[in-house]
Design a protein around this ligand. Structure first.
Ligand SMILES: Nc1ncnc2c1ncn2[C@@H]1O[C@H](COP(=O)(O)OP(=O)(O)O)[C@@H](O)[C@H]1O
Ligand SMILES: [Mg+2]
Length: 261
């Protein structure tokens, strides 16, 4: 089981879209995928038609429950999605209260990693969507991940948020046994705008080893898929956005194969 987290300390950069699109593409080639929604806003949860205000069980239970964190408990948090090879641990709005509660509680940073270990025989891939703030939830996502995907909007102020994220990754890496590697994914690219062209050039210049060669263009079909509640490749597999994510996936699968050998 491979765990990929998607994170950036900035909202609206395409994190949730990256999770959903990549999950759809992985499922299409036959992998079974588990999604984990760690964002209190619950966009991923809502994407698949669940209301994060109404759910009785959610990822929140990993942090605030007396139940033993065993296989049965973790399985009881998992719900189906519109795609039969994609399942999900949904978010609840109550996650937002966690940052306050977690202060002073040692060990809560590994809850998601521990939970995933319980179900590692059940899935080929886990994709974690994380909130845009550095706190106990993002720490959980980064601690559980084998690889990190960082979507970055190709616009004027893109570098600022990314610098913060890279500092966070460095901090996390000081506490990890195995270095967390990351891939920067340029998103909302529009080659007709100078801001897109310039920021892509800057990303290549500053992060030559981390930048993905696949660039995700601005593509309204990705937004349409979210309105329909289906993975983008199911709505239109020939869209430019889906093509870009498919390229990204090929290169990630290739490098994880190389790492393993
Ligand atoms: N490449 C893209 N082209 C057009 N719209 C996009 C693209 N990526 C995401 N969106 C839309 O932009 C909005 C924000 O994207 P989202 O993935 O929710 O960002 P985040 O999770 O980082 O906050 C959503 O409405 C989504 O459908
Ligand atoms: Mg999101």
């Amino acid at each position: 089981m491979q765990v990929w987290a998607v994170a950036n300390q900035k909202g609206g950069v395409g994190k949730t879209t990256t999770v959903v699109t990549m999950a759809g593409l992985l499922a299409e080639v036959g992998y079974s995928v588990l999604l984990v929604d760690l964002d209190p806003h619950g966009s991923l949860t809502s994407y698949f038609g669940y209301d994060p205000d109404e759910l009785e069980r959610s990822v929140y239970d990993l942090f605030d429950s007396d139940e033993p964190l065993d296989r049965e408990m973790v399985r009881s948090l998992i719900v189906p999605t519109s795609h039969d090879r994609i399942s999900m641990v949904p978010a609840a709005t109550s996650l937002a209260t966690l940052e306050r509660k977690a202060v002073g509680q040692e060990g809560l940073g590994l809850q998601v990693a521990k939970a995933l270990r319980q179900v590692q025989a059940d899935y080929d891939f886990v994709l974690i969507d994380s909130p845009p703030v550095l706190g106990v939830l993002m720490v959980n996502a980064l601690a559980a991940a084998h690889h990190l995907l960082v979507p970055v909007q190709t616009e004027f102020l893109a570098m600022k948020g990314l610098e913060r994220m890279v500092r966070t990754i460095r901090m996390i890496n000081r506490a990890r046994r195995r270095e967390l590697r990351y891939t920067i994914i340029p998103t909302f690219y529009d080659r007709r705008t100078q801001a897109s062209v310039n920021s892509l050039r800057e990303l290549h210049h500053r992060y030559p080893g981390e930048i993905s060669s696949a660039v995700v263009p601005t593509d309204t079909k990705l937004r349409n898929a979210s309105i329909a509640g289906v993975v983008p490749s199911e709505l239109d597999s020939s869209s430019r956005g889906v093509h870009a994510y498919a390229r990204l996936l090929r290169s990630l699968l290739e490098s994880s194969k190389q790492e393993a050998s």
